[in-house]
Design a protein around this ligand. Sequence first.
Ligand SMILES: O=C([O-])C(=O)C[C@H](O)[C@@H](O)C(=O)[O-]
Ligand SMILES: [Mg+2]
Length: 440
Amino acid sequence: MASTWGDDPVSRDLTIIDVRLTPILVADPPLLNTQGVHQPYTPRLIVEVVTAEGITGVGETYGDTTYLDLARPLAEKLKGRQLTALNGLFTLADRVAVDASQVSDAVDVGGLRGVQTADKLRLSVVSGFEVACLDALGKALGLPVHALLGGRLRDAVEYSAYLFYKWESHPEGVICEPDDWGAALDPEGVVAQARRFTERHGFTSFKLKGGVFPPEEEIAAVRALAEAFPGHPLRLDPNGAWSVPTSLKVAEELRDLLEYLEDPTLGTPAMAEVAARAGVPLATNMCVTTFAEIEEAFTRGAVQVVLSDHHYWGGLRNTQHLAAICRTFDVGVSMHSNTHLGISLAAMTHVAATVPGLEHACDTHYPWQSEDVLTERIAFTGGRVAVSDAPGLGVELDRDKLAFLHRRWLDDDGALRDRDDAAAMRVADPDWVTPAVPRW
Ligand SMILES: O=C([O-])C(=O)C[C@H](O)[C@@H](O)C(=O)[O-]
Ligand SMILES: [Mg+2]
């Protein structure tokens, strides 16, 4: 009998016969964070899996050399395997050796990305392959990715406007793509940027990337946002730049205005100390970025919201596992974002649509990205992305755009192939060194 859920997978040839890895460099505006400034171009990796029937699925993940070095052997191991063998991806990845010099348990080693364990590096690579397999499987079966994940609980996913302190342009002489967002270096600039976000995309909640200026200035910016957008959810995220006393001081000043305070300080013990007295929920994408870190953080009450990132956590199904653990401990869940393109936004939207109790708007950098590898950009309506019911992720790769961005990567002498915000800052300020933490 014909299945009402699409073709029977058993009758299909779902063998992966080819895996293509395309590293690219995508334009990034001069966004400031506690480490420095974004490079003019950021590396990403586009993963394509091709089945025996000629179906292609796409995925996206970090494109820095460390990730590429792991992705290449994993791609080889995947050939000849079944699209449906998603659990096997983790076993395959375990067999890929990780360069020990890239591994560290320090929570600030990855800059803004938390610990950099061998497992996390592998999972970040697996995520790109898992999404590509799910996209291909969905296309083969005529089902959207959310259906493969158990079905959507909502028809649109809400995102927040991700506000950054920002220069007007990259330093003089730096080859870059111009942007029309303008500078944002004080409360007025931040509010103007927020208005642009609402005009362009309809966002109604706002996150300010902090840790750039002394806390008093960032408190003033949040106050200005609260005045300009009364009653709207606001967050501030200094990426662990503050000491415990500074975090508590900021919490005292802003507790009535913030939906949550994100990673005010570094590491679970310090976060637990702040959480105990802050009077405002703490969110993290730094002290809990692996399953191994959950127990200590949750039992100490260090975090009230985990900002999942399907890249860190090993894909969409692991994100669902994380969300289930969070539910068990009555910890909220939402989503973190780094510079990413439409493939990852589509993946985030599919998984977010399946997570029960998603009460906070997810982060996304996508509005900052003027370039993409899709034939059509993904649109925000009222700050939301509609959940696609088309087969797979519901996106289409634009091969010309992919080739163009890959050419940029090929032409780079290596200076931009590993994101380094401190090095980008040194172009403007030769004395700049990554600030020691706590910075304030
Ligand atoms: O903590 C966060 O939300 C991030 O680390 C997000 C991004 O990495 C952001 O800070 C950036 O790219 O500058
Ligand atoms: Mg954060």
